[in-house]
Design a protein around this ligand. Structure first.
Ligand code: GLN
Length: 483
């Protein structure tokens, strides 16, 4: 049962082959048995899951249908879940039970999903390996000594290990696409404004976007359908009609113009990954796509710009965690300053503290123009590069990551080495564009992802291309040994 995709589960439930309650019990037992190896969950929500499963079965018995009705999922632990711990991977929020559901959580619950639990993540979504979590690293099911990617590493590890078919994630600089690549999943970061950020604990508000992690593009389409849409509670949500993503999966790729940026294949990219990316290009060519070399000349500035903008926004967003209103409070504060200092010093981990300091520095009066303003100008240049490229092509294709999954601990003493892993993913966030990563092969038994980028609100195009690719390849069906 645990090998089924969301699409297969929907068919099985509709055909009464099993109930959502049976499926939920099977998966909860599997999580209890296998998650100690993976550490992919921070909280399990068994009671809620069984209650939602029974309710979904009752709705089906009453004649209701729907691709998500009775489907088991999990939420990255930065989506607020009413009455349930929402830790954001931090000691700061270890004791925090959200007073309301995030819009994404509420929408998916209304569609009939069953929440099995809350997944592990880098603290406040800052990281690329799930190693900064207060709850410890999550493990990659393809090699338990390696990272599953981050920051949505728990969601990725759990889905890759077949503990459940799909999960939510968020992507500020790659945190859906990068863990998808490192664990052989399909993950989609939607256009900025496509999915509501209301109730999603903020890291960098102008970059954060929620999206689906699943094994197939078909399943990403199903989950995104339940997540996307205008939300008046989120002032950056965009009121743009949501297409039927599943209905769009079968479009032909004949004549599709794919741009491959020459800057993507410079030093730093593992040549074995470059070869797999070229193979995926050939595969898409066979399906009718036309390939064109393009240029994104400002790409080299993306990492420095991102690592100013994201910490700047984080330093502002995280100022609310002061030990006064909610979250961690130090013992026996001597006065208000001591309360602030020790609550934040003890509640935040070292990577979060580093980013708050970098961000506060970049925003300070004497340095704002030199760093923050400059980074925002680079951001505009990067967006302009994409706009120019999308005048010539329909999709941009390249690697998702420069390397496969690294060993846990290998990059812990060198934060910049970890930041460099984000080189291919952060530009989409800086420009607000949608991006998808899908399985493209293996290097030394470790999964490799290919990334597709599309113009604003063309999530459907990404899913269509990925689905056609997956109908003609079997990388996405490979299962890690032992799971
Ligand atoms: N690795 C990037 C960072 O640490 C992106 C994280 C994310 O997308 N949440 O900021």
């Amino acid at each position: 049962m645990h090998h089924m995709t969301l699409a297969e589960i929907a068919r099985g439930l509709a055909d009464k082959k099993f109930s959502s309650e049976e499926l939920t019990k099977t998966l909860l037992a599997r999580i209890t048995q296998l998650d100690p190896q993976l550490n992919s969950f921070i909280s399990l929500t068994e009671d809620l899951a069984l209650q939602q499963a029974k309710a979904a079965d009752a709705r089906r018995a009453n004649g209701e249908s729907g691709a998500l009705l009775g489907a088991p999922i999990a939420h990255k632990d930065l989506f607020c879940t009413q009455g349930i711990r929402t830790s954001c991977g931090s000691k700061m929020l270890d004791n925090f039970k959200a007073p309301y559901d995030a819009t994404v959580v509420a929408k998916l619950a209304a569609a009939g999903t069953v929440t099995l639990g809350k997944t592990n993540m880098d603290e406040f979504a800052m990281g690329s390996g799930n190693e900064t979590s207060y709850y410890g690293a999550a493990k990659n099911p393809w090699d338990l000594e390696r990272v599953p990617g981050g920051s949505s590493g728990g969601s990725a590890a759990a889905v890759a290990a077949r503990l459940l078919p799909a999960a939510t994630g968020t992507d500020t600089g790659g945190s859906i696409r990068q863990p998808a690549a490192l664990t052989n999943l399909t993950g989609l970061k939607p256009t900025y404004g496509r999915v509501s950020r209301w109730g999603m604990i903020a890291y960098a508000s102008s970059l954060d976007q929620g999206g689906p992690l699943a094994r197939t593009a078909e399943d990403c389409a199903i989950l995104l359908q339940g997540m996307a849409g205008f939300d008046p509670q989120d002032s950056t949500s965009i009121d743009e009609p949501v297409p039927d993503y599943s209905a769009g999966l079968n479009g032909s790729l004949q004549g599709l113009r794919i741009g491959v940026p020459k800057e993507y294949f410079g030093a730093g990219l593992d040549p074995r990954i470059a070869e797999l990316i070229h193979n995926s290009v050939k595969q898409l060519e066979k399906l009718g796509a036309v390939i064109k070399e393009i240029s994104l000349p400002n790409m080299q500035h993306a990492i420095p710009a991102y690592y100013v903008i994201a910490p700047a926004e984080a330093s502002s967003n995280l100022s609310r965690f002061d030990g006064v209103r909610f979250g961690y409070r130090c013992e026996d504060p001597k006065n208000l300053t001591d309360l602030y200092k020790r609550s934040r010093g003890e509640g935040f981990g070292s990577e979060v503290q580093r980013r708050i300091m970098v961000g506060a520095y970049a925003l300070s009066a004497g340095y704002y123009d030199a760093y923050y303003l400059k980074a925002q100008k680079i951001r505009r240049l990067i967006k302009n590069d994409f706009m120019a490229a999308f005048n010539e092509v329909d999709i941009i294709l390249g690697p998702t990551t420069p390397n496969p999954a690294w060993k846990i601990g290998d990059k812990s003493s060198d934060p910049v080495a970890a930041y460099l892993e984000d080189v291919y993913t952060i530009t989409a966030n800086l420009a607000g564009l949608p991006g998808l990563s899908m399985p493209a092969g293996f290097v030394d038994g470790l999964p490799v992802g290919v990334q597709l980028l599309a113009p604003y609100f063309q999530e459907g195009r990404l899913l269509n291309v990925a689905h056609q690719y997956q109908l003609n390849t079997d990388w996405h069906t490979r299962t890690p040994t032992g799971f």
